[in-house]
Design a protein around this ligand. Structure first.
Ligand SMILES: [Zn+2]
Length: 147
């Protein structure tokens, strides 16, 4: 049911390679949450970050979307439905503890990669903090330096 989400478009590949170049690894076009039937373009499983690269036409970019002159009765509701589906996807994933990042296809790949990297690294740091035992930290803090 994702006929409108074309895979491996040039903007998508550019973002993927820019993110990869920063040393981040991700899965491509998979469901972040198995029970939620939505695939994200880049999925960072451990950090729980789902990235969607939205086509300016299909997802109704405010800068670039123009309703086609013909079949407006079809396209208007179609694009509106895509946008509300996107919003629903965001809610469903957020409810499962995921951070959702969306970029328009017109966003510069390096700009998107910077934001993605920042979010993923931040979430990984936060994760490590919660995984570390607080007791271990306190023991470290309290340990006396020899001499
Ligand atoms: Zn756009």
């Amino acid at each position: 049911m994702q006929a409108n989400r074309s895979r491996d478009t040039r903007p998508e590949l550019a973002v993927r390679s820019a993110v990869f170049a920063r040393g981040l690894r991700y899965r491509v076009a998979v469901r972040p949450v198995r029970a939620v039937r939505r695939s994200a373009d880049l999925v960072f499983t451990r950090a729980r970050v789902a990235v969607f690269l939205d086509g300016c036409f299909w997802h109704g970019c405010p800068e670039h979307f123009h309703l086609p002159a013909t079949n407006t009765d079809y396209w208007g509701p179609k694009i509106a439905a895509n946008a509300s589906r996107d919003a629903e996807t965001d809610r469903l994933l957020a409810a499962q503890g995921w951070l959702v990042l969306r970029f328009w296809e017109h966003t510069l790949a390096l700009e998107a990669a910077t934001q993605i990297e920042g979010a993923v690294r931040e979430r990984l740091v936060a994760l490590r903090r919660t995984e570390d035992s607080p007791l271990a930290h306190h023991a470290d803090d309290a340990s006396e330096q020899p001499g």
